[in-house]
Design a protein around this ligand. Structure first.
Ligand code: FAD
Ligand code: MLT
Ligand code: ZN
Length: 466
């Protein structure tokens, strides 16, 4: 600890929790004070790295007594500023609470501490011959606690749903420091409000997830991956319908030529000689002749109808990984531009009209910007990333993007969509929450927050203001 930064409240915390690992090292403060948005300057009070539930409870009780704000922190891969500590908060990192606690073969559940990385959960499930199916590019760095707090989606929602579907039980320390054991792994439980589900997607504003019991499933079937090139945007949902009708889809993801351009510049391998405006990566179950024939039938149908202009199907796991890299590598390939991210959703049925209107809107508003589209189109979820032009002032860039997001939010309101499909509201999308949720809904949320965190110490300023 840096002596000059140990304030009186921190001294009292070390007295109360003598074994607690606490850091005021400037490198740690910078590292733990920001997330992937890189938009705010980290300025936490200190970083706490508890190793037990009891230590988490001690921190929360101390925070209430001292009036210190606490930011729960997982892998900080969040894209909405939810884990940012820029106002003298204590960062409470779950990083050291990263163990598997129990595997139950009969219940097919895995109980873990919240700081465990998603990939370690995948590996643990696989060791037991089962699978945890929520998956996405940040798997190596994000934590299960962060996934729960954001109700993370990812590339297999079309088949398996969001994180919400896979949580059988939670242990949560509330803003007051109470420990709640929610649902205890039950499949059926009609004994009142489901507080477990309330915690999922609450972005660290109601409680700190300390442990989770995860449902596991059968390992995925053998699959093939196909990359499709599309001549126009209007074809996208028609191709989706043609594939969904014929195949058991495991994933259906899309990206534009601009996205491909950035991933290729970042080292991925070029899939086609020609340039096409739009691409889809889809993964589907194979393994018998009927399924393989269905895949070819879907592709040929699309080719005949002029819905796709080219395609390639994986012949090996290595090639499948190569095709996936074109989609999964996008976020990393854009990171150096610190993109302004939009993560919006509408019902699949509203997608064609919404796509057309959004394309027209962004074409008009962003003629001079590099706008990169990609996303989980099979879930009605689009990611629209705007890259900051070299040399443009940060404030000017964000100001312009916020104006456009306001228009996007209005379009979403008309289509009954959401301003955050899977990344959360955090700080980035807070000004637009009321386009997606009514005043009455937000008022209920405020009331719930007051009950679980009466002194407002848990992640204040995130999601909505008091
Ligand atoms: P953090 O960033 O640390 O925190 C996120 C929020 O959760 C914050 O509000 C924080 O306060 C809160 N929080 C963290 N831990 C806890 C806890 N234990 N208890 C209570 N609150 C907590 N997201 C998707 O949904 N789908 C994707 O496909 C996807 N792909 C991504 C790809 C890349 C390359 C990157 C960088 C990010 C991607 N994300 C995606 C976003 C991000 O990975 C997810 O939001 C993830 O769930 C965040 O987990 P984390 O541990 O990093 O959380
Ligand atoms: C993705 O789908 O790749 C993620 O949500 C990350 C992102 O939007 O950049
Ligand atoms: Zn996504």
């Amino acid at each position: 600890m840096t002596d000059s930064l140990i304030t009186a409240p921190l001294k009292r915390l070390t007295t109360r929790a003598p074994g607690l690992r606490l850091s005021t090292d400037p490198g740690d403060m910078e590292h733990y004070g920001r997330d992937w948005t890189r938009r705010w300057t980290p300025a936490p009070l200190a970083v706490a790295l508890p190793s037990s539930v009891e230590e988490v409870q001690m921190i929360m009780r101390w925070a209430n007594e001292e009036g210190v704000a606490v930011v729960p922190s997982g892998g900080r891969t969040g894209l909405s500023g939810g884990a940012v500590a820029a106002n003298g908060e204590l960062v409470l990192s779950l990083e050291r609470m990263n163990r598997v606690l129990d595997f139950n073969a009969v219940d097919r559940t895995l109980t873990v501490q919240a700081g465990i990385p998603l990939e370690a959960v995948h590996n643990a499930a696989r060791e037991h011959g089962l699978a945890y199916p929520v998956d996405f590019g940040a798997r190596g760095s994000c934590s299960i606690g962060g996934n729960i707090a954001t109700n993370a989606g990812g590339i297999r929602v079309i088949r398996y749903g969001n994180t919400r579907e896979w949580i059988a039980g939670l242990a949560v320390v509330t803003g007051k420091g109470d420990l709640l054991e929610l649902n205890r792994g039950l499949i059926k439980n009609s004994s009142g409000y489901d507080l477990r589900q309330l915690m999922i997607g609450s972005e660290g504003t109601l409680g700190i997830v300390v442990e989770a019991t995860l449902r596991l499933t059968d390992p995925p079937p053998p699959t093939n991956v196909m990359l499709l090139a599309l001549p126009s945007f209007e074809m996208l949902m028609k191709v989706f319908a043609a594939f969904r009708e014929r195949l058991g889809l495991e994933a259906f993801e899309f990206f534009t030529d601009r996205a491909l351009h950035h991933v290729l510049a970042h080292g991925a391998q070029k899939p086609f000689d020609e340039v096409h405006p739009y691409y889809v990566v889809t993964e589907f179950a194979v393994g018998d002749e009927q399924l393989e024939a269905a895949a070819m039938a879907a592709f040929e149908h699309c080719l005949e109808q002029g819905l796709v202009s080219d395609g390639v199907i994986s012949q090996s796991d290595a090639q499948a990984a190569q095709l996936w890299r074109l989609r999964e590598g996008i976020t990393e390939s854009l990171a150096r531009w610190r993109p302004y991210k939009n993560d919006v959703s509408v019902r699949i049925s509203a997608m064609p009209a919404f796509l057309a209107q959004t394309q027209a809107l962004l074409g008009r508003e962003y003629p001079q910007f590099d706008v990169v589209w990609f996303g989980h189109i099979g879930d009605g979820n689009l990611h629209i990333n705007v890259l900051k032009p070299e040399g443009m002032d940060d404030g000017e860039f964000v100001g312009h993007c916020e104006q456009v997001t306001k228009l996007l939010a209005q379009a979403l309101e008309r289509h009954g969509g959401s301003i955050s499909a899977e990344h959360g509201i955090g700080l980035v999308k807070k000004p637009y929450l009321l386009g997606t949720r009514s005043e009455a809904e937000v008022e209920v949320m405020r009331g719930i927050r007051r009950v679980l965190d009466p002194n407002g110490v848990l992640n204040p300023g995130k999601l909505f203001d008091p």
